[in-house]
Design a protein around this ligand. Structure first.
Ligand code: 5CA
Length: 446
């Protein structure tokens, strides 16, 4: 992409409404524009990152054997009357009435709708286990939408639902989700810690929230620092293996890690003093096992193979896809702007022409652009007729992890400059070598 043809409305001034850095940078970098409280338009740069996160979530869910589908944003009110949550969900639910006077709502989550789909089509244990998921816009009429996409009213969420014959099978689905979530967040360059939490309006006893540590996080968390040393890395996981998923679940949930809702001072006291941590965190996902809560009330029964009919065991599992943009920025930035991890960056590198219109500089930039593109990489070429300072400022703000700077002086010596956004370190090298280095960095990522 050439910047002269892109739509990147970078703001010069600091937006006053933004209280935290991710919100400020998303506005300043021209990623989002507020439509009204808690509702945003996603401009091209923000949309590009959102799509990248969505793709990672899809890939990791399907790797775990979960099936993608798509349910609508609007739901019929009757389903929620059946489950009883029509009353309990309260004013967070946006209710609408259609022209025929029928009660509808903008879905805050989809337990009812998926249970209705299941009961309409599945009647036998032979069709289990089954996990269906979708990534769709949700609406929760939050009392205090704030921090930009972090606590929106309309937000983009992955929600998945498992259906199993027994509690043990459903707990395997729970562990499988935990493992797939660990992989998902690691690919995004994030450390998200599963913590024992409270289930709220979704219900059930077993639930873990995934928290990214950040001072601006809305939750208070307590944990054993040993949990932050754990990495899934590129270990092979067989998602069908009950033992493997259980082992990873045990590895991550043995060290103490809880949100304030479930924090137990007595148990926490057993953690060696030097490893006890109190911090704040951003909730980027949550998994639930709630047994037969919805299948019983809504009649989602299957033949158990022994002549009886039993309600299926279920759980639901969510990732806050749009919130993740904010969380990644909170975890990865400096005073000049965003620093995207390689796995989610909107463009793989920037090309910065120090002297637009100079024949040699223009030709070298074009050649770099062509070489990177031929390798399947997406560069963003700042080809605007702007001062170098303005170009550097834009690149730093939008946070591409690598930048190649091309100027007439370097070209005379046959070199360009390759700079890491994270460390600020630069090296001079021939253009082909810069391309080869970038290609190597993105091997297995892009
Ligand atoms: N049905 C379950 C699992 S799919 C559910 O709705 N879980 S949830 O309420 O925990 O939401 C899942 C994730 O969505 C949360 O972990 C959080 O990351 C994200 N989320 C929730 N509310 C908001 C909001 N107002 N703005 C942005 N993201 C949100």
């Amino acid at each position: 992409m050439r910047l002269s043809r892109y739509f990147l409305p970078v703001l010069k001034e600091t937006p006053r409404e933004a209280q935290i850095v991710s919100h400020r940078y998303m506005l300043q970098a021209g990623m989002i524009k507020q439509a009204t409280a808690g509702i945003y338009s996603w401009l091209p740069l923000g949309f590009k990152v959102l799509r990248k996160l969505e793709n990672i979530v899809h890939e990791e869910q399907q790797r775990a054997g979960h099936l993608p589908m798509l349910m609508p944003t609007l739901q019929p009110g009757e389903l929620w009357e059946e489950s009883g949550r029509d009353n309990s969900y309260g004013p967070e639910m946006l209710r609408v009435v259609d022209r025929h006077g029928r009660k509808m709502l903008y879905g805050p989550t989809n337990e009812e709708m998926i249970t209705d789909i299941f009961r309409s089509h599945v009647g036998s244990y032979k069709e289990l286990p089954l996990t269906l998921y979708h990534i769709q816009w949700k609406f929760r009429d939050e009392v205090r939408p704030r921090f930009g996409v972090m606590r929106g009213r309309e937000f983009f969420m992955k929600d998945g639902y498992n259906f199993d014959l027994t509690k043990d099978d459903a707990l395997h689905a729970y562990n499988r989700h935990l493992v797939s979530y660990l992989r998902t967040y690691e690919r995004m360059g994030l450390k998200a810690i599963p913590m024992r939490a409270d289930s709220g309006p979704i219900g059930g006893e077993d639930t873990h929230e995934f928290l990214v540590l950040a001072e601006t996080g809305e939750s208070e968390v307590f944990y054993d620092s040993a949990v932050t040393d754990l990495h899934l890395g590129d270990r092979e996981v067989d998602y069908d293996s009950v033992e493997q998923c259980q082992a990873i679940f045990d590895e991550w949930t043995t060290p103490y890690a809880r949100t304030d809702e479930t924090h137990d001072v007595g148990v926490f006291a057993n953690v060696p003093e030097g490893r006890r941590r109190t911090a704040r965190g951003i909730e980027v996902g949550q998994i639930f096992y709630f047994g037969t809560k919805y299948s019983e009330t809504m009649g989602a029964l299957v033949d158990d193979g022994k002549g009886g009919k039993v309600p299926v065991h279920m759980g639901s599992h969510g990732i806050g896809v749009s919130r993740l943009l904010g969380a990644i920025i909170e975890a990865s930035h400096d005073d000049k702007g965003i620093i995207w991890p390689e796995g989610v960056t909107p463009f793989h590198c920037g090309i910065l022409n120090m002297r637009q219109g100079d024949e040699a500089a223009d030709a070298a930039c074009d050649a770099l652009y062509a070489a990177l593109t031929a390798l399947g990489l997406e560069p963003l070429y700042d080809d605007r007729d702007e001062r170098a300072g303005a170009k550097f400022g834009t690149m730093d703000m939008i946070g591409l992890p690598w930048r190649i700077t091309v100027g007439p002086r370097g070209l005379k010596n046959g070199v360009v400059e390759l700079t890491s956004r994270r460390t600020g370190e630069s090296e001079e090298l021939p253009p082909e070598e810069a391309v080869a280095k970038i290609a190597k960095i993105y091997e297995g990522i892009a």
